[in-house]
Design a protein around this ligand. Structure first.
Ligand code: IPT
Length: 905
């Protein structure tokens, strides 16, 4: 066996220890290294010799993943292993990156203990200093350290990294496979404080502190007047740490040779009567799963990007993060401590691909792998143990069950009894402290909430792939309802789309991978460039920490979680003011019409400025009467059709111009470009709709009659099938426009869900501006759009589109009373009624056919679709489909919209 196909996780590395901020001198080795890529593992390793001539090698900026720097390609698989399942053997084709860097050690390091530290190397590394082998390690997202003895003057570090190793069987997370030295490499001249372990608990206003250190040391917390010896326990009055109020106390642990800086937060995690508590209060986890990702750098995430992630989470009312599915860069956890997020820190472990062997030979239950499992947990916990933000340890993800997982849990309890153990795969809850599930249905979560047992959480739910997630509000209502339910973590934070010169963002298959899982890696609340998707805006609304409501002529506010001081602003039309809600309620301002109340930060916070909106609510005092406008025009026969008010019709009664604009006749539309959730394995609505022929409806004229109104009767049906629908389009005079009443009568049985119930019509391509009164500014579907509020909104046809990485149905504006679509010259069309709409420069068929955004190009028309119903979005891409109340089937329906010309906007 060679080191890269051995069960042994490492050789020669030091015992794991906390990641510490120390005054011990440090030398970053990041920067330009020499690099050579070989297609296989077993090439000569003579390059480790200090005098090896690497002048023919390339230069590579470390840290990085080499496939993102032009060497080989990224490869995406979700569950399947991209190599034969034959543990512990990696494949023979094993891209191998040889790295060399020369460095000088400061003279005053002479005589000091020196440690070489790697924060993350995928998937394994063998290391030499000045030609002498130091050892090897696996554990891609885990640190590894070697004791080294650099010599005065020039030293040469050589590192051989293999893309695949035995450990790859333990790292089957749903993400791009990206080899390389992707986190920093440092040298540290050690003092004597190699490790410290902070124990800081909180109870009834008192904090108890105990810091373990390997040698006698002094622990000082100036703000608390604490100066005690390491190992000595002290209890003093403190403010507790929480995600909402992340009170940290600066501290030092010092010896003569070294001072370590700590930021201490006091909090106690406990479980009482089946409820997960922090500091005696229920811990409401309103969370998200975060993979490390940057569209240019993969998991080599710049510090500013980590900070942006935490700020974005805070600004969207997210209070918890699961570090799926490995420990993040240590700086991310510092940010969680500082800015306030509850963290489930997850070990770097997943063996999901064994599901295809029926879990046979799954490492979780094979004794040879025991040491690797426990080693991974040890390296996770030891590195991260001093973060107050971490409230649960997670053993890993999707590795089925087995004795090795139980051994990890045993080790955790022994080493850190202060934090409960999480692992979703322990279905019997034999070795965990919380019951965790992923993608359980609403009905099941409801049932679990009512049953006694361990605290429950959904470590993954609300799969945010493409348009969606739908059903979010109903989940959070269940989290709020039951004390047993601590909450959940949306899957997932960001789309892992890699920036691509032609495709804009690449997903699985775009690099010619022989086996891949397509766009399943594009399932985040952020687009790859970190633009919030409509899903994230919905998360912000449903994760609101306070709830504003209107009861009995009063505005009331309920605090669901602690919040910083807020101001409450109201507006109604041109009027506005402030509300004093300090007592929890206030009389409604004396206004008619639509009242909006917004809660904004009263003062600057470390994560947002004063004025940042936390949440809002609206109240409609007296809904306006829908006024029915009539008109006196009558359809007139012309040489080749009909003229009727603003409308010109052909001899079949089909609209061809309106108010001087060349337009096409509206026709019934029942399909939508399938969303990822429609395509999802738990729905297959795309297939249902294909079988129903909804994407290929044809329209046959059955009759046209002109009297007071113009009535066109059609039968809409797909080729090959007998069922269809009778559709009547009745045009009637309405003011300066025409009222169109559409009556749909199913012909045959239509039990299956349809995509939408709509009419669609082409408008001239010159149409570009859109103004509407309804919900906005963003998209909304029956079970999404919680972030949208009623008002008058303006946009453009181009900006109405939500640029999902894989094109699909998007951009619907809902609960609309009127919409005006106009050209640059101010002319256009106004639609009034009670409807939802989309407007696009391509058809639904174009949208459905496109695999990437660059395939969507403007055509000759703007397609306006007016719907009175859409199928709910749900989360069937991974989870339940739309709830029953959001399922749309074809029924007898009649609706009216009024079309009028816009002559000058
Ligand atoms: C679940 C995985 O834990 C997660 O990593 C991700 O792959 C997600 O699915 C889908 O995007 S596992 C699945 C079998 C529920």
């Amino acid at each position: 066996m060679s080191y890269h196909n051995d069960f042994v996780p490492h050789h020669g590395i030091r015992a794991p220890r906390a990641y510490l901020h120390t005054d011990a001198p440090r030398l970053a080795l990041d920067g330009d290294w020499r690099f050579r890529l070989s297609p296989v593992a077993d090439t000569p390793d003579d390059f480790a010799a200090p005098d090896f001539d690497d002048s023919g090698w390339d230069t590579l900026a470390v840290p990085c993943h080499w496939p993102l720097r032009g060497y080989g390609n990224p490869w995406y698989t979700n569950v399947v292993y991209p190599f034969p399942v034959d543990p512990p053997h990696p494949p023979e084709e094993n891209p191998t990156g040889d790295h060399r860097v020369a460095f000088d050690v400061p003279e005053d390091w002479a005589g000091r203990r020196v440690v070489l530290r790697f924060e993350g190397v995928e998937s394994c590394a063998k290391v030499w200093l000045n030609g002498a082998e130091l050892g090897f390690f696996t554990g891609s997202r885990l640190p590894a350290e070697f004791d080294v003895t650099p010599r005065p003057g020039r030293n040469v570090l050589a590192v051989r990294v293999h893309q695949w190793s035995a450990a790859s069987y333990l790292e089957d997370q749903d993400q791009w496979w990206l080899p390389g030295i992707f986190r920093s490499v440092t040298l540290e001249a050690r003092g004597d404080l190699d490790d410290v372990f902070v124990h800081a608990s909180y109870r009834d206003g008192q904090g108890t502190l105990l810091v373990d250190a390997p040698v006698p040391a002094t622990v000082s917390v100036p703000a608390l007047g604490i100066s005690v010896a390491a190992g000595e326990e002290v209890t003093v009055p403190v403010e507790p740490w929480s995600a909402e109020l992340p009170r940290l106390y600066d501290a030092t642990v010092a010896t003569d040779s070294e001072t370590v800086r700590l930021r201490i937060g006091f909090r106690t995690v406990s479980i009482e009567d089946g409820v997960l508590l922090v500091n005696g209060e229920p811990l409401p986890l309103r969370g998200v799963n975060r993979h490390e990702f940057h569209p240019d750098h993969g998991r080599a995430v710049p510090y500013e990007t980590m900070r942006e992630d935490v700020l974005l989470m805070k600004r969207h009312n997210i209070n918890a993060v699961r570090t799926s599915h490995y420990p993040p860069h240590p700086a991310f956890l510092d940010l969680c401590d500082e800015l306030g997020l509850w963290v489930i820190d997850e070990c770097d472990l997943e063996t999901h691909g064994f599901v295809f062997t029926g879990w046979e030979r799954n490492p979780s239950d094979v004794p040879e792998w025991r040491e690797s499992y426990v080693d991974r947990m040890r390296r996770t916990l030891e590195r991260d143990k001093n973060h107050p933000s971490i409230v649960l340890w997670s053993l890993g993800n999707e590795s089925h069950t087995g004795a090795n997982l139980a051994a990890m849990a045993d080790w955790v309890r022994e080493r850190d009894p202060s934090r409960p153990v999480h692992y979703e795969g322990d279905a019997d809850c034999a070795y965990v402290d919380v019951y965790s599930r992923m993608y359980a249905t609403h009905a099941e979560v409801d049932k679990i909430g009512q049953e006694p047992g361990m605290p429950f959480l959904q470590c993954e739910y609300a799969h945010a792939m493409g348009n969606g997630p739908g059903g979010l509000a109903e989940y959070v209502a269940l989290f709020d309802r039951y004390p047993r339910i601590a909450g959940g973590f949306v899957w997932e934070w960001i789309d892992h789309g890699l920036r691509h010169p032609a495709l804009e963002y690449a997903y699985g298959g775009d690099y010619g991978e022989p086996l891949h899982d397509g766009n399943f890696v594009i399932d985040g609340l952020l687009l790859p460039d970190r633009t919030p998707s409509p899903g994230l805006l919905d998360v912000k609304k449903v994760y609101e920490p306070i709830r504003i409501s209107f009861v009995d002529g009063r505005v009331t506010v309920e605090e669901l979680r602690p919040v910083p001081p807020l101001r409450f602003e109201w507006s109604a039309g041109a009027e506005s003011g402030e509300l004093d809600l300090s007592s929890g309620s206030a009389p409604l301002p004396p206004v008619d019409g639509l009242l909006t109340v917004r809660a904004v930060l009263a003062s600057d916070q470390p994560w947002a400025d004063a004025g940042h909106e936390i949440t809002w609510a609206q109240h409609q005092a007296a809904p306006p009467d829908p006024s029915v406008v009539t008109g006196s025009d009558r359809p007139q026969r012309t040489a080749d059709g009909f003229s009727f008010g603003a409308g010109e019709f052909d001899r079949f009664g089909r609209l061809r111009a309106f108010g001087g604009l060349a337009v096409g006749a509206p026709h019934l539309a029942l399909w939508r470009a399938p969303t990822d959730n429609d395509r999802g394995e738990n729905a297959h609505l795309d297939q249902t709709w294909h079988a129903l022929g909804l994407h290929r409806l044809t329209h046959r004229l059955d009759g046209v009659s002109a009297g007071e109104t113009l009535v066109v009767r059609e039968r809409t049906a797909p080729a090959a099938l007998a069922r269809g629908a009778g559709v009547t389009y009745e045009w009637a005079s309405a003011g300066d426009g025409l009222a169109l009443t559409v009556s749909v009568e199913p012909d045959g049985e239509w039990p299956e869900p349809i995509g939408k119930l709509a009419i669609t019509m082409p408008l001239p391509a010159s149409i570009e501006r859109v103004t509407w009164f309804g919900r906005g500014p963003g998209e909304a579907y029956p079970d999404t759009g919680h972030a949208t509020r009623t008002g008058r909104w303006e946009s453009t046809v181009d900006d109405l589109q939500t640029p999902y990485i894989r094109p699909q149905e998007n951009g619907r504006r809902a609960d609309v009373r009127w919409a005006e679509l106009t050209s640059a010259d101010g002319r256009g069309l106004r639609v009034a009624g009670d409807f939802a709409f989309t407007a696009r420069r391509w058809t639904d068929a174009d949208l459905a056919a496109a695999k990437h955004r660059n395939e969507l190009t403007a055509g000759d028309s703007v397609w306006l679709t007016i719907d009175v119903g859409q199928q709910g979005i749900g989360t069937a891409s991974c989870g339940p489909g739309a709830l029953p109340e959001y399922v749309l089937t074809l029924r007898k329906t009649t609706f009216t919209v009024v079309l009028s010309p816009v002559v000058d906007a």
